[in-house]
Design a protein around this ligand. Structure first.
Ligand code: PHB
Length: 390
């Protein structure tokens, strides 16, 4: 069996790449260890930058996002009992859409299936071979049977725990990491939105975020101990914490509802360089992780895929290797920009147990600055919508 591009992982990066390559007449096969039902229901983040929205629409998979996603022109920063707005569209001319990642996955899977694309779910024991030759291959098991696929290129979109990054020799790799000593407690609840726009709150008790999923389902988070258990948190305790952190002095309140999902995620920043080795290229979480504060995770995966699609198209259509050769360098510029932005926002918004009272006042001073200076607000806004120069 042979294909042009073998793609490991059916997350946003792998599925979008397969879709974009198909539109350019390049054939691919996508491998995924989980089932279609699992990837279509795993709850992840949900903010799409302007460039991500545009790419989905241009490539014909944005209709449901446009119909069901919530287009937001700003967000709020809550601190010291007040709520202040960052006018994304007024400051940058761009906006964001709140639309859950697993909905993007459903749209991409549907497009691939409709086009007769090859998606292989429930594979196991995936291994990558001969990556430093012109004939790399992927070996895996499907229904217990050993299988092999030969291809021109292997693209690793299999997340931070996948096999792809580990296939780059350690001696050629440099990893950069920052683990945060806190996590996010996430809930999904029934009820009306608490606000027309997302609210990022800094409070002495810790960070909180009010987001949304639809007119009747809301998504909220609050900073917690990453080792804590959801069983320690009754609904009443969760609402008390969210009210304490988000409600404003002038009467703005989080709207309570029936909680039907609770989870805790750890937070870290991570970049692995290089993102390529021979005929292997990494995209998305396989190469880099950001804390969710800046809402960059899926957008960075999409940005990698955009660069990779252009490079593969140049290879197949024009016999050019230069864009593939510079893939890692090109992608890393945007990645480091987003790494800095999400680290900066994380440090400004969270309760830092190692911070002195002096440093805690600096957080407030910085929030005052980004919410009163047009220049500082614009810097934040252009990073958030994803148009900051790199
Ligand atoms: C979400 O809605 O899940 C969400 C929104 C904004 C973030 C992170 C997560 O920064």
């Amino acid at each position: 069996m042979r294909t042009q591009v073998g793609i490991i992982g059916a997350g946003p990066a792998g599925l979008l790449l397969s879709h974009l390559l198909h539109l350019r007449g390049i054939e691919s096969v996508v491998f995924e260890t989980r089932s279609r039902e699992q990837i279509e229901s795993t709850i992840r983040a949900g903010v799409l930058e302007q460039g991500t929205m545009d790419l989905l629409v241009e490539s014909g998979v944005g209709a449901r996002m446009q119909a069901e996603g919530a287009l937001h022109h700003g967000f709020e920063l809550a601190f010291e009992g007040k709520h202040r707005r960052i006018d994304l569209t007024g400051l940058t001319g761009h906006s964001i859409t709140v639309y859950a990642q697993h909905e993007v996955i459903k749209d991409l899977v549907a497009a691939r299936v409709a086009a007769g694309g090859e998606l292989r779910f429930n594979v196991s024991d995936t291994s990558l071979h001969d990556l430093d030759t012109a004939t790399p291959s992927i070996r895996y098991r499907h229904n217990g049977e050993p299988c092999e696929l030969q291809c021109d290129f292997v693209i690793g979109c299999d997340g931070s725990q996948g096999v792809s990054r580990a296939a780059i020799p350690q001696a050629l790799r440099q990893d950069y990491e920052r683990v945060y000593p806190f996590g996010w407690f996430g809930i999904l609840c029934e009820g009306k939105p608490s606000s027309d726009e997302l609210i990022y709150a800094r409070h002495e008790r810790g960070f909180a975020l009010v987001s949304t999923r639809s007119a009747n389902v809301q998504r909220m988070y609050f900073q917690c101990d990453p080792k804590d258990s959801v069983d320690n948190w009754s609904d009443d305790r969760i609402w008390a914490e969210l009210h304490a952190r988000v409600d404003s002095d002038d009467g703005r309140k989080v709207v309570d509802g029936k909680i039907f999902q609770k989870n805790i995620v750890g937070m870290r920043s991570f970049v692995s360089t290089t993102m390529q080795y021979g005929r292997l290229f990494l995209a998305g979480d396989a190469a880099h992780i950001v804390p969710p504060t800046g809402a960059k995770g899926m957008n960075l995966a999409v940005a990698d895929v955009r660069v990779l699609t252009d490079a593969l198209r140049a290879y197949y259509d024009e016999d050019r290797n230069d864009l593939l050769a510079s893939y890692s360098e090109t992608a890393l510029k945007r990645i480091w920009r987003a790494e800095h932005f999400s680290y900066w926002m994380t440090r400004m918004m969270h309760r830092l147990d190692d911070a002195s009272p002096f440093e805690q006042r600096l957080q407030v001073a910085e929030l005052e600055y980004v919410t009163t200076s047009r220049v500082a607000a614009t810097a934040m806004a252009e990073n958030y919508v994803g148009v900051a120069p790199v």
